[in-house]
Write a protein that binds this ligand. Sequence first.
Ligand code: UD1
Ligand code: UDP
Length: 350
Amino acid sequence: MKVLSIIGARPQFIKAAAVSRVLRERHREVLVHTGQHYDYEMSGIFFDGLELPCPDANLEVGSGRHGAQTAAMLKGIEDAVLAERPDYLLIYGDTNSTLAGALAASKLLVPVAHVEAGLRIFNRRMPEEINRVVADHLSDLLLCPSETAVRNLSTEGITRGVHLVGDVMLDVLNWARQQLTAKAPTVLERQGLANGHYLLATVHRSENTDDLERLSQILHAINSLDEPVVFPAHPRARKMIAEAGCRVERHVRVIDPVGYMDMVALTSAARLVLTDSGGLQKEAYWLGVPCVTLRDETEWVETVASGWNTLVGADAARIIEAVRCFAPNCSRPLLYGDGFAASRCVDLLN
Ligand code: UD1
Ligand code: UDP
């Protein structure tokens, strides 16, 4: 079979690293990068660090408003599908690249397989929610990371082609952990951080970065903490912090985004993670690090139910309280599969 995979944003490079490896053992893959993320630290670093093959094409759409960005991707992906005539189009997650892939392929009657199908937060103010609802309704093969995701689809009347496969991000994490034990990471030394004695923060959701009140509350909370904080800043966060003229205290180290291996090392050794990232909430859980989530809801509800993740929104007092007091003292059952999700995805493509 020929499978055309669409990637474009940071978490998609990471997920594709797991699936591509297995896919290429059995089928021909054409990898199309939409160019949604383009800085080296947001894109190239993952191809270099995760043994992800070079894309066959880069549409170079870059940044833009949702409509313009998605439209440029739609055109480029349509051309690629017409040129390649794949047997399947593979999409990941819930970004604008996901939406464009689903739309372009389904109109050309190419079956769509969606990795990470069925996630919902029931809040359409979040652009990702719109992307995933549309992508799921257009997909033929819905590859779900959790039973909750399968149920969400069923509630929307989607039951055909739905499979519980687990989360491909666990596959990547397991691979990365093996690599890390083989060669010791130096990122902690480079950043002067002591194992277990710092916090790791990331912020990039539009609901947090583009809302000055929420961004100020988050920064105020981080500035008020009395522990070192390492903050690999997504370009969107860095830009908004600069534009708003927000101050950052000396104990908060704002650094460029890091590669995946460094991120796993930083997460593993953190005392606690503060984040609005979807992927990082799960990685913190898998690595046994308490997570304070800077959102009002999460699609990864199991991490909250397990007692290892707490939702605090963007309220400074709640964030500070959680950082000081949140200390899960409970077991950590394996969530989101067994680390072999990618193989199951490829089996189902057959
Ligand atoms: C996108 C996804 C989000 C995902 C995130 C992963 C959508 C709607 N959102 O959000 O679901 O969680 O990726 O990180 O698809 N920028 C740069 N350099 C880059 C990339 C972005 O400077 O390489 C800046 C630009 O100012 C851009 C802004 O970041 O306008 C936002 O980028 P965009 O891709 O639109 O959204 P993300 O916030 O990255
Ligand atoms: N990540 C990374 N470097 C960073 C920040 C995040 O490698 O500087 C990884 C993180 O470990 C996770 C993924 O990127 O695997 C999450 O991506 P992001 O937070 O951008 O998107 P989301 O998961 O929220 O869609």
